[in-house]
Design a protein around this ligand. Structure first.
Ligand code: GH3
Ligand code: MG
Ligand code: MG
Ligand code: MG
Length: 318
């Protein structure tokens, strides 16, 4: 958005941020030992439609951060009994789990040198006291806009442009973590690795052209997305090949699920600009049993996929 001069500048910024964020609310942590200031800040933030968590000390604020991973912005006072605002910022920045959080430091009126201290400690911004309502809201809006843009870029980097599915990079970033978490003895989750490949796709491209091939890829992706939902990690690994980390199903269940995936492609022909086309996929499915490198599961599934192709395609081999 563009910042314009004139009385509407603030409203423009705020409304554009609210518009950008409308699909996900942001939680802001307000840290101040003085009740009046805390409430004042909270009121301003509520006007900007944020969710608020309040803390009366830096120590309490750190606890809130560890309990509430949805906190994305913190506004912190300087002078508080116990840990002060700058020390709080330093503490937060030491913990890489809070990487994404933005912090606005609030200075005390007498100490103009605090600006520098805040920034050195890792704050993103600061406001001087006694603060100006408009300045405060603008700084908050700017910081939230940055949060949003970072989130948007992250999402773009994780997805494949043609199909909108997660890409290989995301699959390899998140997959190993899910596998490790699934091996946690406390709450072990059965998992399987499926690799899927469209059958005779080269022939389809050669016959109907690359654009029709793209249409088919998109429709196959949509069907897989619908079938996998949020539960299973689905990605386009490259070309016409997809990976699915199947979660929460035993080997039998995973196999049945892969049959479902296979059928959701073959059951109905895909409507393209060149008419309906019958498309099938082959799937290799390997159990994620021992604690092995993520690559090994993929290789195992890949070999089974090879067998599915060899055995005539349009089938699942586990
Ligand atoms: P098989 O059943 O053994 O998998 O045969 P296949 O023809 O599907 O396998 P092959 O690996 O020989 O061909 C894959 C084809 O996928 C070749 C390539 O042109 C095509 N392809 C890869 N990425 C894209 C894409 O983004 N769009 C389109 N239209 N085609 C793609
Ligand atoms: Mg104070
Ligand atoms: Mg293929
Ligand atoms: Mg292939």
């Amino acid at each position: 958005y563009v910042l314009k001069d004139g009385p509407s500048a603030l409203d423009n910024v705020i409304s554009s941020v609210v518009r950008l964020m409308s699909n996900r609310e942001v939680r802001v942590l307000v840290v101040d030992d003085m009740r009046s200031t805390r409430e004042l800040l909270a009121r301003h933030l509520k006007k900007q439609l944020f969710r608020i968590t309040k803390a009366t000390s830096a120590e309490m604020a750190l606890k809130e951060l560890s309990l509430r991973p949805d906190i994305e912005l913190a506004v912190v006072d300087y002078e508080m009994p116990g840990m002060n605002g700058v020390e709080f910022v330093r503490n937060v920045r030491r913990n890489s789990a809070y990487d994404g959080i933005r912090i606005i430091g609030v200075s005390s009126a007498e100490r103009s040198d605090l600006m520098m201290e805040y920034l050195k400690a890792g704050a993103n911004d600061y406001v001087r006291r006694p603060f100006d309502d408009e300045e405060f809201r603008l700084r908050v809006a700017q910081n939230v806009a940055t949060l949003f843009h970072v989130r948007q870029l992250r999402d773009k980097a994780a997805r494949d442009y043609l199909t909108g599915l997660y890409n290989r990079r995301h699959f390899f970033e998140v997959g190993p973590r899910l596998v490790a978490a699934g091996h946690d003895p406390e709450e072990s989750v059965p998992m399987s690795m499926a690799v899927m490949d469209i059958d005779n796709f080269k022939l389809l491209n050669d016959t109907y052209g690359h654009e029709i091939g793209d249409e088919v890829l998109k429709e196959v992706s949509n069907r897989l997305m619908d079938a996998c939902g949020e539960k299973h990690l689905l990605a386009r690994l490259g070309g016409e090949e997809f990976g699915v980390l199947v979660r929460g199903l035993d080997p039998m269940g995973a196999r049945a699920f892969c049959e479902e995936l296979r059928r959701c492609i073959s059951r109905e022909s895909i409507l393209t600009d060149d008419g309906p086309l019958n498309v099938t996929v082959s799937i290799g499915l390997a159990e994620v049993a021992e604690m092995e490198a993520f690559d090994n599961y993929l290789n195992a599934a890949d070999q089974l996929l090879y067998m599915a192709k060899d055995a005539g395609r349009n089938r699942v081999v586990a």
